[in-house]
Design a protein around this ligand. Structure first.
Ligand code: F6R
Length: 616
């Protein structure tokens, strides 16, 4: 996730910016940069912009040789969303005359239109980013207003999307203008001056009394102080929060571990992955489609290839690719696919799913599929990763950097992205009307709110269920249809973080073998949400219960009947069955984490596991 820092005051800005950027590096980065206000030889102020691809250390060593005594500047670490990682795409971005520089977190949904309009008015763009439109919009408004704060207010009024923004202007030395909508911005006054950051971790050495800007609020920072205003420019008195987190807590956003922080980021991941994807007339916008509509229309077979959690996202995708687009779809572990001789023709689409975008087996399978003539579509979290580079088309999951080894928010981003692809295929093949596609897209977006409700309301029932599961030696996860896919992922999460043996089975298969495992006290965890196979799952659970199993269910709100067969019920909101994997996964992630904590495990760094598996 990108990080913003800014300082204006009575101290060298460059050291403060580099320190802030280094603190935020844990959030993920592909490039970093700063803009510093300096006095030119002629006495006129100018902006020096220094940017580097790679780690902040690279930028820091470049800045070591930088001698100007600037006391005002802004900086940024980038995690690419629009445009590949490159120096040109690194922030800060500047206006045509180079006298305005901006750093931005978030997404400009209408950037294509704005960019075109600005180009028509003579602006020259130097990057592929959505952020650059801010620099040009502010430049235009500054020409009329002659006031940076007013120009920023005018610029953001033209933007649809999310922004945490900081801007400097060489004609207003010492001023940083800040704006926020749906992307965090924190400001504070320290002994040496005024600070802005997107993450409290970058500020806590300077001050612990901070203001968390609310949406549609603005702030003007000068060495003397901070003035906060609303969107009309009226002064407001913001609430000051005292932060008593230590560094470790600050990195985790106040959560005890990254896994919990990332689980809580999932509503945002759903929103960000969908933002700007569907136009008013129902057309889908995919990052880098790479295939013509004719090529998409010709597709008659889909293979989803992936590993681990990403493979489970593929199991969910099979249901919607076949259900909505009516194209036969197979899901295979990339490690198996690469050593088989699958039937591939030019009308085969291989969808490679990989959070890291660098899993060795998935990459080898992509290469193999391409040699055999398939079209390849990548679903990844990392812009410019090998999976993105080697695929014909890509959808980015917008999960931002995932730090906990066990995948949570990436999984949700993958499912949402795969559903976008399924909707696209269904539309191209005229298997869904625009009206239905729009409705499904809207309901997909509603899952953000539903996940939030689960996070807000289910912790007690999840904790009780975890207490029942944690002492066991083994556990069985069951479900049917979409529920089976989620059961597989639930079992993987539990074994990864708690080291408890867990196995998943399609519930209907229980009587063909696994039921022999059931003895009194054995935990069976079932996805038993309202679905076409609900009654079947219930009867499978009765069989387990009759043999003494401790039954834990994830069930639909309002289902009182389930209490008769379940020892523990975790309720989730009602959603259309095809979207249940998005909501039902969340309590199982939390259950795994709680059980792991009860067993004394490190949930962020489970033993023997690596975040990206770049060897076979
Ligand atoms: C499980 C987990 C792994 C990964 C797998 C594939 O929580 O994270 O199973 O899903 O190693 O990794 P990517 O998606 O990076 O290809």
């Amino acid at each position: 996730m990108c990080g913003i820092i800014g300082f204006t005051g009575r101290s060298q800005a460059k050291d403060i910016l580099v320190e802030g950027l280094t603190r935020m590096e844990y959030r993920g980065y592909d490039s970093a940069g700063v803009a510093l206000e300096v006095a030119g030889a002629d006495g006129e102020a100018r902006l020096d912009v220094i940017r580097r691809v790679g780690k902040v250390a690279g930028l820091a060593s470049e800045l070591e040789g930088y001698k100007d005594e600037s006391t005002c500047g802004i900086g940024h670490t980038r995690w690419a969303t629009h445009g590949r990682p490159s120096t040109a795409n690194a922030h800060p971005h500047t206006s045509c005359d180079g006298r305005i520089a901006v750093v931005h977190n978030g997404i400009v949904e209408n950037f294509a239109e704005l960019r075109e309009e600005l180009q028509d008015r003579g602006h020259e763009f130097k990057s592929d980013t959505d952020t650059e439109v801010f620099a040009h919009l502010i430049e235009e408004a500054y020409g009329c207003e002659g006031d940076l704060m007013a120009a920023v207010r005018e610029a953001v009024s033209q933007v649809a999307g999310a922004y945490g923004l900081a801007a400097v202007c060489a004609d207003e030395p010492g001023t940083i203008a800040v704006a926020r909508k749906d992307s965090p911005i924190i400001i504070g006054m320290g002994e040496m001056g005024a600070y802005v950051a997107s993450d409290v971790i970058a500020l806590i050495d300077a001050t612990r009394d901070v203001v968390v800007l609310a949406d549609d609020q603005f702030a003007k920072l000068t060495p003397e102080g901070i003035e906060c205003t609303d969107s009309e420019g009226r002064a407001i008195q913001p609430e000051v929060t005292h932060v008593d987190w230590d560094l470790d807590m600050a990195e985790k956003g106040g959560y005890p571990d990254f896994m919990l922080k990332e689980i809580h980021e999932q509503p945002r991941v759903v929103r960000d992955t969908l933002v700007g994807r569907m136009s008013a007339n129902g057309e889908l916008d995919i990052d880098e489609l790479g295939l013509s509509l004719q090529e998409l229309n010709d597709i008659d077979r889909v293979y989803v290839i992936a590993c681990g959690t990403s493979y489970h996202a593929g199991l969910v995708a099979k249901n919607v690719i076949e259900g909505w687009a009516r194209i036969p779809c197979e899901v295979e572990a990339a490690s198996e696919f690469r050593y088989r001789d699958p039937i591939i023709t030019p009308s085969t689409l291989v969808v490679a799913v990989s959070q890291s975008g660098e899993t060795a087996d998935t990459l080898a399978a992509i290469r193999d599929a391409r040699i055999k003539g398939a079209k390849v579509f990548g679903i990844t979290n990392v812009v410019g990763s090998p999976v993105a580079r080697e695929s014909d088309g890509v959808i980015y999951t917008k999960a931002n950097k995932e730090i906990a080894v066990a995948s949570t928010k990436s999984f949700i981003g993958q499912i949402v992205s795969l559903m976008l692809l399924a909707l696209l295929l269904a539309q191209v093949k005229y298997r869904l009307s625009t009206k239905t596609a729009r409705m499904l897209f809207r309901e997909l977006g509603d899952t953000a709110e539903q996940i939030q409700r689960i996070l807000d309301e289910s912790s007690d029932s999840i904790h009780e269920a975890a207490e029942a599961v944690a002492p066991a030696h083994s556990a069985l996860f069951v479900g049917r249809g979409m529920g089976a896919a989620i059961a597989y992922e639930g079992a993987l999460k539990l074994k990864e973080v708690s080291y408890l043996h867990a196995e998943a089975y399609a519930a209907g298969e229980m009587k063909h073998g696994p039921i022999a495992l059931i003895e009194p006290g054995f935990p069976v965890i079932a996805v038993a949400t309202k679905s076409p196979t609900y009654d079947k799952v219930v009867s499978n659970l009765m069989e387990c219960r009759a043999r003494g199993a401790v039954v834990v269910t994830v069930a639909t709100e309002g289902d009182e009947e389930i209490k008769k067969i379940a020892d523990h019920v975790i309720y989730i909101p009602q959603v259309r069955d095809c979207f249940s994997p998005i909501t039902a996964s969340v309590p199982l992630q939390l259950l795994a984490r709680e059980a792991a904590l009860l067993r004394g495990c490190d949930v962020d760094q489970p033993r023997n596991l690596a975040k990206s598996v770049t060897v076979e």
